[in-house]
Design a protein around this ligand. Structure first.
Ligand code: ATR
Length: 274
C-alpha cells in the first residue's frame, strides 16, 4: 500500500516536515509521500478540506493557523488533543477522520532523549514561560506524565490561568516573580515566540542553578538568545528543533504503527536549518 501524507497550514513552504517524514518512510521501507497542502487564509478553508476528503489519504499534519479550526471537520478527537484544544495530526481509517496532538509528547520524548536521567522523575520543579498553544500542549503532557510542581509565568496572567484551569498542582506567576525565583526550578521551558528570528530573550537568566535543564521550543535560530544566556550557567540545554523531530516520530507511529529510530536525525536537521 502506498501511503499518502500531507501537511496543511500557512505559511508552510519552508517546513521541515516533508524532509523528516520522507526520511521516516525511507527508514521504515514504506512506500509513500508527504506533501505540502498550503491553505492561504484568504481562501475558503472548508472547500479545501472538501478537496482533501475527496482524495485517498492516510493522514495529515496540521500546523499554524489551523490546529483549532480543523477540529470542526473531524469524526473523533482523542482525549489528549481535546485537553489541548488543538490537533496537529489527523489519521484516516475507513473514511473516518481522527484527530490527535503529538506536540506535548514530542516535547517530552525529545527532552528524555537529550537527558535520559529526567525520565520517570516527575517531582522536578518546572517553570513554563509563555502561555500560548505550545505552552498548553506541554503543560498537559507534563500533567499527564505526573508532574505536580509546575509554575506558568506569562505577560498576560489570564492566559496562563486559562491553561492551568482547575489543576491544583500548578500555579500562575508573573514574569517578574519568575525572574526572582529562577534558582528554584529544575526545568525551565521557554514556549513564547520571543527570540524567534531575533536576538532577544523573554527574561534574563542570571540566577539559575548549574544543574537546571533549560529548554527553548523556538528553533530559529537553532540556538536562541535565551539558550545562549542559559548556557552561561548550565550545561543542560535542550534545543527546540528536537521537539519538531519527536512530534513527527509520534505522528508517524499513529499513521503507520512504525516506530522510527530518530536519534541521529537531529544533527541532520541542524545542518539543514543552519
Ligand atoms: P503559540 O500558540 O505558538 O504558542 P501564541 O499563542 O502566539 O503562540 O503565544 C505566544 C506566547 O508568547 C504568549 O504567552 C505571549 O504572551 P501573552 O499571553 O501575554 O500574549 C508570549 N509573548 C509574545 N510576545 C511577547 C513579549 N514581547 N513579551 C512577553 N511575552 C510575549
Amino acid at each position: 500500500m502506498t501511503l499518502s501524507l500531507k501537511l496543511i497550514g500557512y505559511p508552510i513552504e519552508h517546513s521541515m516536515s516533508p524532509w523528516i517524514h520522507n526520511e521516516f518512510l525511507k527508514r521504515s521501507n514504506l512506500e509513500g509521500s508527504y506533501e505540502l497542502f498550503e491553505i492561504n487564509p484568504d481562501e475558503n478553508f472548508e472547500n479545501n478540506i472538501e478537496k482533501l476528503k475527496s482524495t485517498s489519504l492516510t493522514g495529515f499534519n496540521v500546523t499554524v493557523p489551523y490546529k483549532q479550526r480543523i477540529m470542526n471537520f473531524l469524526d473523533k478527537v482523542d482525549d489528549t488533543a481535546n485537553l489541548m484544544g488543538a490537533v496537529n495530526t489527523v489519521s484516516i481509517k475507513d473514511g473516518e477522520w481522527v484527530g490527535y496532538n503529538t506536540d506535548g509528547q514530542g516535547y517530552l520524548r525529545s527532552l528524555y532523549a537529550a537527558y535520559p536521567f529526567l525520565k520517570g522523575v516527575t517531582d522536578k520543579r518546572v517553570l513554563i514561560l509563555g502561555a500560548g498553544g505550545a505552552a498548553r500542549g506541554i503543560f498537559h503532557a507534563l500533567v499527564q506524565k505526573g508532574y505536580n510542581n509546575i509554575k506558568i509565568a506569562n505577560r498576560t496572567l489570564s492566559h496562563a490561568e486559562f491553561i492551568v484551569g482547575t489543576n491544583k498542582d500548578a500555579i500562575v506567576i508573573s514574569l517578574e516573580e519568575a525572574i526572582n525565583e529562577l534558582n528554584q526550578f529544575d526545568l525551565i521551558i521557554q514556549t513564547s515566540a520571543v527570540g524567534m528570528n531575533e536576538p532577544r530573550s523573554i527574561i534574563a537568566l542570571d540566577n539559575i542553578n548549574e544543574e537546571t535543564v533549560v529548554s527553548d521550543i523556538v528553533y530559529q535560530p537553532l540556538e536562541t538568545h535565551f539558550l545562549q544566556l542559559a548556557k552561561q550557567r548550565t550545561p543542560y540545554i535542550h534545543y527546540g528543533h528536537t521537539m519538531l523531530l519527536y512530534q513527527a516520530q509520534a505522528a508517524f507511529e499513529i499513521w503507520t504503527g512504525t516506530h522510527v529510530n530518530v536519534s541521529d536525525m537531529d544533527m541532520q536537521i541542524e545542518q539543514i536549518l543552519k
